[in-house]
Design a protein. Structure first.
Length: 426
């Protein structure tokens, strides 16, 4: 069977495509699992030298396999062709035992298409610029490869390729929504002492979601000299955090910035509160000179089984020149699932939103409505509906349907996106 750049099994673009992917994923049930019986967190120190230590780390470790199939369809009111992606991610993760305070984590991902592959993943191929974007390039890579050293109780150092998620991932995140995650080549220090937690990361490379087997039109790696610091304390009245992010990218100068701020999460009786205030300015060799503000305010409460959340997020602008940006965030979690504002407009953006969510047995339902406006200039940026339904089949299997529809108002174009996913863990 011949293949193309997406390992294509068929070029038929049809709504039957999800069935092909689901069938391929279901076949995994007949494949012998490679997972081993979990071992104790720490193995006794080996006495036979380095070789025996390595052997103990391997034999005492655990291996996990996870698969995620996703059908994604994108329709936009422009000249681009409608895009359809039917992709399968297979992930193998090995966590060694801890020997002499050292442990190793290895994780490899493979992303391939199963059926339809008519989409622009930013890969420089025949689909580039002809179809709407679905940023899931195919390929195989090490997603994580790191060594951890336990300095003492509650303190550790980790070096290598890592998945980093700070807080709610507004500033540092792994973009877990995309098939190819964003990971960091970094040196990390973690310190936990009672109610206090400190995370420091030095980032020398950022492995972005655009990296695949074919060169990309996007920057696949940020050559970085960046620092990330997050400190939190949990008290009876809530969790208070302070953060500093000094981002310096040699091949992304305009994305280089210095951000600092505080956040609070807590509850007042039945009302749960979430607030963040931050400032940002140009940093390192960024050719743009600017200062911008960030504000997040959220309040949620339960009404019966339903949770209602009202939120407001501001990514401010410096006189319409540059907007507050978070290039290392999990951006899909913010400003709507249609991903229309991955790059903050120069005039900034205000997002006012309402979310209602509720469980129904094994089914979890959620719907959100967003209204977007510019911080400067008085422009309307449109509105958006988001809907999610997730069904838990078993602790190892779940399926999800997700939909986003963006109504343009003098910004971008009307956009509809549909996702059907299945997750399987061994």
């Amino acid at each position: 069977m011949s293949t193309n750049r997406h390992n294509r099994m068929t070029t038929t673009r049809s709504m039957t495509t999800p069935l092909l992917g689901a069938a391929a994923l279901a076949c995994a049930f007949s494949v012998p699992t490679f997972a081993q019986t979990p071992a104790p967190a720490a193995a006794p120190a080996a006495t036979g030298g380095f070789t025996n230590n390595v052997a103990s780390m391997i034999t005492g470790g655990t291996t996990r396999v996870a698969m995620r199939y996703r059908f994604e369809d994108v329709e936009q009111d422009n000249a681009l062709k409608d895009a359809t992606a039917s992709t399968l991610r297979t992930r193998v993760t090995f966590q060694s035992a801890t020997v002499n305070k050292f442990s190793v984590l290895l994780e490899a991902d493979n992303i391939m298409t199963v059926g339809a592959d008519e989409y622009d993943s930013f890969a420089l191929d025949k689909y580039r610029g002809r179809y709407s974007v679905i940023a899931d390039p195919v390929g195989t890579e090490f997603n994580q490869a790191s060594v951890k050293y336990g300095i003492a109780e509650g303190r550790s150092l980790t070096v290598g390729r890592q998945r980093l998620n700070h807080g709610a991932q507004r500033f540092i995140g792994s973009v877990g929504w995309r098939q190819n995650e964003q990971t960091m080549d970094a040196l990390s220090y973690n310190h936990v002492a009672g109610k206090f937690t400190l995370d420091y990361n030095y980032l020398w490379n950022v492995n972005r979601v655009f990296k695949g087997s074919t060169p990309s039109a996007q920057v696949s790696d940020f050559d970085s000299n960046s620092h990330a610091l997050l400190a939190s304390t949990k008290e009876s009245w809530g969790t208070l955090s302070g953060f500093v992010y000094a981002l310096d990218f040699d091949n992304g100068l305009t994305a280089s910035s210095l951000s600092y701020g505080v956040s609070y999460t807590g509850a007042i009786k039945a009302l749960t509160l979430n607030a963040t205030v931050a400032k940002q300015s140009d940093y390192a060799d960024n050719p743009l000179s600017y200062d911008a503000d960030y504000l997040l305010l959220e309040g949620s409460t339960k009404v019966g089984k339903m949770t209602l959340l009202l939120g407001y997020e501001l990514l401010g602008s410096d006189s319409g020149k540059v907007g507050f940006s978070t290039p290392l965030a999990t951006l899909h979690r913010y400003q709507g699932f249609a991903d229309m504002f991955l790059n903050t407009p120069a005039n900034g953006i205000e997002d006012t939103y309402l979310t209602a969510s509720a469980p129904a047995g094994k089914l979890a339902l959620s719907a959100s409505y967003h209204v977007y406006e510019a911080d400067r200039g008085g422009l309307d940026f449109g509105s958006e509906w988001n809907m999610i339904a997730t069904y838990t089949v078993s602790p190892r299997v779940n399926v999800e349907a997700k939909y986003a529809t963006y109504d343009s108002d003098r910004f971008a174009v009307d956009t509809d996106k549909l996702w059907l996913s299945m997750n399987l863990a061994f």
